[in-house]
Design a protein around this ligand. Structure first.
Ligand SMILES: NC(=O)c1ccc[n+]([C@@H]2O[C@H](COP(=O)([O-])OP(=O)(O)OC[C@H]3O[C@@H](n4cnc5c(N)ncnc54)[C@H](O)[C@@H]3O)[C@@H](O)[C@H]2O)c1
Length: 280
């Protein structure tokens, strides 16, 4: 797969774009907001410049990587690519409307992969013209560093789609785990539940954010504390995942903490709005 379109120039879309371009794949990054494309492009360029300054890559290599990236506000390019990776917000209605539009644009052989963290691949597949070509391809943040990709097959995903995606993951040097189509897959079911529990600990006044993060870093050998990590992921994304776990798995233990809801209502979304459990 040499021509790929990525839809959604947010944290994940821009990270995946950078990683694929670093693997000499031609990528078109699409977003309906021009300003988000500009922000993503300058983040990618600044990130590569830092690598040049640290002596990790040459200026020539940086230019090579940048030359693999195109940007667009139109979905039209999806007609010409082998693979579309969707990385728009974790809201079913938004993904549904996009999948319906893509049904009229994508060719009969190209694959539609979704980077969803928790939504059902089977459900998303049913919103596309051909569910056999829809698959979950869940990258982690930052996508150009984290080695893991969770691969999720929906009810109708074909063996051919799975085979092509597996070959693609090997070609781009990522590590795959294959997971059944259940909410949160492996990582987020465990990780976001832990973050939610940390928010309960904060909400109950048991400790400050700094103490909670310090305790989990030094007491359980995690590189980042759960609240710091929640700010990094985005509190809106964390809330959407908890809501999906709660409604799909139906157990009270997945109830989102009230404080998480409050912060999202107040647009305290973490690093992306410069305020979450910490101020940036
Ligand atoms: N943030 C994380 O750590 C993380 C990790 C793994 C997976 N994910 C998943 O990746 C997806 C994206 O998350 P994110 O954190 O990058 O979101 P984000 O909010 O940072 O970015 C989403 C982008 O999509 C754009 N967008 C929205 N609707 C669009 C449309 N119809 N067409 C084109 N562009 C559109 C927005 O303008 C925005 O730039 C979600 O499904 C999320 O669950 C997130």
């Amino acid at each position: 797969m040499q021509n790929i379109a990525i839809i959604g120039a947010g944290q994940m879309g821009s990270g995946i774009t950078q990683y694929l371009a670093m693997n000499a794949i031609n990528v078109t990054l699409i977003d309906y907001k021009e300003s988000n494309i500009e922000r993503a492009s300058s983040n990618i360029e600044n990130g590569l410049t830092k690598l040049v300054l640290k002596g990790k890559i040459s200026e020539e290599r940086k230019l090579q990587v940048l030359s693999c990236i195109q940007c667009s506000t139109s979905l039209e390019i999806c007609r010409e690519v082998d693979l579309v990776i969707e990385a728009i917000p974790e809201i079913l209605e938004k993904k549904e409307s996009l999948f319906r539009k893509l049904s009229e644009i994508m060719t009969e052989t190209s694959i539609l992969a979704t980077n969803t963290s928790s939504l059902s691949i089977t459900k998303l597949g049913s919103m596309f013209i051909d569910p056999s070509r829809v698959i979950g391809l869940h990258f982690f943040n930052p996508a150009f560093i984290m080695p893991l990709v969770e691969v999720i097959r929906g009810l109708e995903t074909s063996g051919d789609t799975l085979e092509k995606i597996t070959a693609f993951i090997i070609a781009i040097n990522k590590e795959a785990v294959f997971v059944k189509d259940q909410s949160g897959f492996i990582v987020n079911r465990i990780l976001i539940s832990m973050i939610n529990e940390a928010i309960f600990v904060l909400q109950e006044g048991i400790a400050t954010p700094e103490e909670i993060d310090k305790a989990m870093k030094l007491g359980s050998n995690q590189p980042m504390g759960p609240l710091e990590l929640a700010d990094f992921i985005g509190l809106d994304t964390c809330l959407s995942i908890m809501e999906t776990l709660h409604s799909n798995l139906g157990e009270d233990k997945y109830r989102p903490a009230t404080l998480l809801r409050k912060y999202v209502e107040g647009n305290r979304l973490g690093r992306k709005t410069k305020k979450g459990f910490y101020t940036y």
